[in-house]
Design a protein around this ligand. Sequence first.
Ligand SMILES: *[C@@H]1O[C@H](CO)[C@@H](O)[C@H](O)[C@H]1NC(C)=O
Ligand SMILES: *[C@@H]1O[C@H](CO)[C@@H](O)[C@H](O)[C@H]1NC(C)=O
Ligand SMILES: *[C@@H]1O[C@H](CO)[C@@H](O)[C@H](O)[C@H]1NC(C)=O
Ligand SMILES: *[C@@H]1O[C@H](CO)[C@@H](O)[C@H](O)[C@H]1NC(C)=O
Ligand SMILES: *[C@@H]1O[C@H](CO)[C@@H](O)[C@H](O)[C@H]1NC(C)=O
Ligand SMILES: *[C@@H]1O[C@H](CO)[C@@H](O)[C@H](O)[C@H]1NC(C)=O
Length: 330
Amino acid sequence: MRLSTFPAVLAALGRLTYAASSQGCNKTSAAPTLEKRVTVELAANKSRSFMYWLPPNYDPKTPAPIIISYHGVRQSPTKQANLDQFDNTRFNTDMIAVYPQAVTPPGSDEVMWQGPRKATQDDIGFTMEILDQLEEEFCVDTDRIYASGKSEGAGFVGMLACNSTSNARIAAFAPVSGAFYPGHNDGMSDKCKDEVPVPCSPMRCNIPFLEFHGGADFLAPIEGGLHRHECLPDIRTYMRQWAQRDKLDTEPTEVYNLTDVAQVNKYDDKGTVTFVYDGDKVGHDWPWTVENPDTKRAHSKPASFNATSYIMEWFGNFTLAPPDNCNATV
Ligand SMILES: *[C@@H]1O[C@H](CO)[C@@H](O)[C@H](O)[C@H]1NC(C)=O
Ligand SMILES: *[C@@H]1O[C@H](CO)[C@@H](O)[C@H](O)[C@H]1NC(C)=O
Ligand SMILES: *[C@@H]1O[C@H](CO)[C@@H](O)[C@H](O)[C@H]1NC(C)=O
Ligand SMILES: *[C@@H]1O[C@H](CO)[C@@H](O)[C@H](O)[C@H]1NC(C)=O
Ligand SMILES: *[C@@H]1O[C@H](CO)[C@@H](O)[C@H](O)[C@H]1NC(C)=O
Ligand SMILES: *[C@@H]1O[C@H](CO)[C@@H](O)[C@H](O)[C@H]1NC(C)=O
């Protein structure tokens, strides 16, 4: 190797550990409280709120990644945290865990996220304001912000991935047992069409997307169907659409069993688009090997793996990719 290439090599090595820091880095305010669930109002709109949790390794001098996790219909930040355990040091010692609170749309009596026809509030804008607030107050690695969620909250994670404002700030998306509402009732009938068009214009084609679904999900069935007067997409079709948007093969390039019942389907070597089939017996759940609030319900049984462990490892494989301007609108 010629000597003159050394600086380039060093620069490349430096980039591996590079973290994009936010305005909150090195702020000399009061020492932050670690490992506590804290609920705050949104500074930009006091009628919205969210909960956050700083990990044990949080240090105001070192940019920390964020995981933002969305609860399901009728659920809450606390319930979502009890379910996903992104705020349990067994699974997460480094990332700030954030749990936004949904609102009750007009004409409804349950909290939900933007997505279904009647929920038209701007939760994408809400999410951007949460990130603004956290980045200002805490030392955040703005290249490592991740989104996850359950059920209708998972459906909203799909919307975040489909929107070019939010996907410019969130590095990777991991919805669990997603109910991906198309937000319209085109083709609504007793039998939903095979291909339910879910509006999506990410305006790029390098979006990491990981979904988990069980074969016994009777609320958001893996084969899709009518729910809350809208057609939910078939999950395997929906995942193939993500592979198409990301310009990957339309069939998984690698299929292997995670356990004797759960199967991983990767659409490229890196798992940029990955579908995890939880197994035939797993319901509308956050997969967990011991009883959790989901598996306690009728029709549900513990899974063969903990979804959170898989998600943490997968998130760790991605940082925010620069825009590629490929105008993906599949
Ligand atoms: C604040 O949030 C509430 C609840 O979603 C919404 O109705 C209102 O329009 C928001 N206000 C502003 C200024 O965004
Ligand atoms: C914070 O300050 C330390 C020195 O005290 C410096 O090494 C570090 O780069 C600063 N971090 C950021 C993100 O500004
Ligand atoms: C993305 O979300 C923002 C914030 O809600 C919104 O203003 C914008 O219209 C959305 N973009 C698309 C293409 O839907
Ligand atoms: C792998 O998982 C699939 C899907 O649940 C299952 O049908 C199959 O029996 C499993 N195969 C092995 C070898 O464990
Ligand atoms: C899943 O997490 C629980 C703690 O909630 C733990 O007891 C169990 O061993 C974990 N399962 C695996 C496969 O690691
Ligand atoms: C993360 O990346 C490593 C190295 O490429 C790979 O072996 C591993 O399977 C990936 N993890 C997940 C959950 O995709």
